[in-house]
Ligand binder design. Structure first.
Ligand code: ADP
Ligand code: ZN
Length: 736
């Protein structure tokens, strides 16, 4: 495909000329202003008056005019940052069109950190020093923990004190003792140079072949997407870092997107070892100070490589040559609040616009990417074997119907024996359950009442470690009651079903001589505590690991040879068409944790329906067959990736109004019928109530080639939701 790098000469507007400014305020249009003294470029970041306020905006192009020019106000000032390039403007426009999001909301994603005003050029920053405190206090320990959690990042005094929840004098006290270092740093310090020719690992033949293909793509300066598929441990990371090296050698910037959970210090260290310097890091934990610096340096080319979560896609790259989307199948790439976009798809769009390469890496690709590769839209590269002596584990299923376990036990006798055998040999076993907390349901044995969230259509999950009930939809917690809120019976409430904490309890009873460790996101106060626990396990500091999804990706435990999946059926319930795909991916990811060294591993799945086609496909290891069967089903149903879908969620505090509006929308579907699209619903949304708002959903289904967005726009324009009602559009919904 030809390069699509259409960077036109930027346009300059003389003082007084009419310019159109897009602000981040929720008015979905470009407003007219006069260019300030000295003029401004198209794309310039500016401050403009809006009513009584000053707001930030971007000069989007020439103004509209056509009214009394005397009333047009003047741009207050041009901010001292690089103007937005046309490529990013186009990206925002195209992604706004695609997701049916107001352009202003897209602009907000792209301006998360520039900062208004003229900050001083030097600033005092605080980082971890080498001194020991003369005495430890709780407040001091908190400061040190925060600095350790964030590795190399630096903070301002205010940020550090806020994050540690201490007064600034505590930090100052630690500075006196060299426990914390105070430094003057230029506000816009560039990142250290990454060395693309720093020696990498010696690649195997298969890896070298894959690397050569990726490097050639990057060197072409043209758009292209490659699906890099390979079992866990086959060296995908090693290979895509070669593509990054090529990109750096070409003098272009590289972006590696990871699911937030995989953004670990371990990964950063690995990148640093490869290129001799740390990359810029962009995720929810990064402070405002650091964000401002990254944002500016990315725009000036002073950051050559960014490792980040999905929002790093909206940074103002000067010359982006490569985007890697690691674990591309991960559902967290889909943002489910605010602007609903899928970072994987947006990465492809952005690469199109700037002539960059995309590498989608996964051991278990999404069906969408698999189909795209199969149809030749994406190049496909496969790494079939693990690096070194390690091999994929054997996969087995345990038919739980034969076990007759008592109702409060989940580890079958056969799985127990397997665990004991491994532990006796000094190896580790992982027992996996994809459920946080102690028990998913708390039921009253007197009246049958189940404790639910007050504001969501969800049951409260008992978290014994936190000693509270928690709603996994809205995060609300409350104490575990002793009397039933329904019938007021005393002491009749009982936990039903297992969560990771309850499984840990069972394991502790079943294996009294083993060291049992639980890994779940709720159990760790800080990222550092979690990291330390993981490092300890890797060094053999535990025999049995009880874990949630948290352990399914990334970590390498050399002694781990057995993975027991407690409930392989968990994801297969419900009518979601993606359930099979997700279960398949998750089971393969978890199984991949076993036997990452010389010792052969085994993965055992407990199931009440081992004859289920998904379980059979996992056992057979027949990925190709599984994807083909899944793809056929989707094709027959006319759903993505073979058809197009949109979910329309209508919500309001009362239950009836959304249904009524939904029914009216389904009736007046002219613009949709005109393109051959169908509307289904209204029906309760997958979660029918969140935070007190009732939600109904309509699903719109269209042919692959139909102009869905245009029709949706015309259709939606007919309805004005009144009062507290809201309509949100989700293109390519995750569940359908
Ligand atoms: P993946 O991303 O496919 O899971 P990695 O790239 O993380 O695989 O590789 C798995 C492990 O094997 C890592 O510890 C990596 O450093 C090591 N490894 C992979 N390829 C090589 C190689 N050619 N030489 C040395 N070590 C390698
Ligand atoms: Zn809730």
């Amino acid at each position: 495909m030809a390069a699509q790098n259409r960077q036109a000469e930027p346009e300059f507007f003389e003082a007084g000329a009419l310019v159109g400014v897009l602000t981040t305020q929720p008015l979905d249009r470009v407003l007219d202003y006069k260019a300030p003294e000295g003029g401004c470029w198209r794309g310039a970041f500016v401050e403009v008056p809006l009513g009584p306020r000053k707001v930030m905006g971007v000069v989007w192009g020439a103004g509209q005019g056509g009214y009394d020019l005397a009333k047009v106000r003047t741009v207050l000032k041009v901010l001292d940052v690089a103007p937005m390039r046309d490529e990013l403007k186009q990206f925002l426009e195209r992604s706004a069109d695609y997701t049916l999001t107001p352009l202003t909301a897209m602009l907000r994603l792209a301006t998360r950190a520039p900062g208004l005003g003229d900050p001083p050029s030097m600033q005092k920053i605080y980082r971890l020093g080498s001194g020991e405190p003369d005495r430890t206090t709780a407040a001091r320990t908190k400061v040190i923990e925060v600095l350790k959690d964030y590795g190399g990042l630096a903070f301002t005094l205010k940020e550090l004190a806020e994050m540690a929840d201490v007064s600034t004098s505590v930090v100052k006290g630690l500075v006196k003792q060299n426990v914390v270092l105070e430094e003057d740093r230029p506000r816009d310090l560039p990142f250290p140079r990454m060395q693309h020719d720093h020696a990498g690992k010696t690649l195997t033949d298969a890896q070298a072949e894959a690397s050569a293909q990726l490097r050639a793509g990057v060197a072409s300066h043209e758009y292209g997407t490659t699906l890099l598929r390979g079992v866990t441990g086959s060296g995908k990371t090693e290979v895509y870092l070669e593509a990054v090296a090529e990109c750096l050698a070409q003098g272009r910037q590289a972006l590696v997107l990871l699911p937030e959970i995989a953004l670990t210090a371990e990964f950063l260290t690995r990148v640093e070892a490869r290129f001799g310097a740390k990359p810029a890091e962009w995720h929810s934990g990064v402070t405002m100070t650091e964000r401002r610096r990254i944002w500016k340096m990315v725009g000036q080319g002073g950051a050559q490589m960014v490792i980040g979560a999905r929002s790093a896609l909206f940074l103002p790259y000067q010359n982006l040559g490569l985007i890697v989307v690691d674990e591309e199948h991960d559902t967290s790439y889909k943002q489910e609040e605010g602007v609903l976009y899928n970072a994987r798809d947006m990465a492809v769009l952005r690469a199109h616009l700037c002539g960059a390469q995309v590498v989608l890496a996964s051991a278990t690709p999404s069906l969408e990417s698999w189909v795209n590769a199969d149809q030749g839209k994406y190049r496909k590269i496969e790494l079939v074997s693990r690096y070194g002596p390690s091999v994929m584990p054997d996969m087995r299923a345990l038919d739980m119907r034969q076990d007759k376990l008592p109702s409060n036990r989940w580890i079958s006798n056969r799985l127990r024996d397997e665990v004991l055998a491994r532990v006796a040999k000094g190896e580790q076993a992982l027992l996996f359950i994809n459920r946080r907390g102690y028990a998913p349901v708390t039921i009253c044995r007197a009246c049958g009442h189940q404790i639910a969230c007050d504001v969501c259509d969800a049951r409260m999950v008992e978290h014994r470690f936190l000693k509270r009930l928690m709603c996994h939809q809205c995060g609300e917690t409350k104490p575990v009651p002793t009397t039933c809120p329904n019938c007021e019976a005393e002491d009749r409430l009982a936990p039903v079903g297992p969560g990771v904490e309850r499984l840990a309890e069972e394991a502790t009873e079943l294996f009294p001589d083993a060291r049992v460790v639980t890994l779940s996101s709720d159990m760790f106060g800080s990222a550092r505590a979690l990291k330390e626990q993981i490092a300890q396990i890797a060094q053999g500091g535990a025999d049995i690991i009880i874990g949630t999804q948290l352990v399914a990706k990334g970590h390498n435990f050399p002694l781990l040879t057995l993975v027991g999946v407690i409930d392989a059926d968990l994801g297969l319930q419900g009518s979601d068409l993606r359930a099979a795909e997700r279960t398949f991916q998750l089971m393969r990811q978890v199984a991949g944790r076993a036997g990452r060294s010389e010792r052969k591993g085994v993965a055992i799945m407990q199931s009440y329906q081992p004859e289920h086609p998904v379980i059979r496909a996992i056992l057979a290891g027949d990925e190709e067959g599984f994807w083909r069967a899944e793809a056929d089903q989707r094709r027959l149903a006319g759903v993505p990736p073979y058809g197009r879908m949109a979910g329309i969620v209508i919500s309001a505090p009362d239950a009836q109004a959304p249904f009524d509006l939904g029914a009216e929308m389904a009736r007046r579907d002219g613009p949709l019928r005109a393109i051959g699209a169908q509307v289904f619903g209204p029906a309760p949304a997958p979660i029918a109530r969140i935070r007190g708002r009732h939600r109904v959903r309509l699903l719109v289904k269209a042919e692959k080639t139909a102009p869905l967005q245009r029709a949706l726009k015309q259709w939606l324009a007919q309805f004005r939701p009144g009062g507290q009602m809201r309509i949100s559009v989700d293109i390519d919904p995750q569940s359908f």
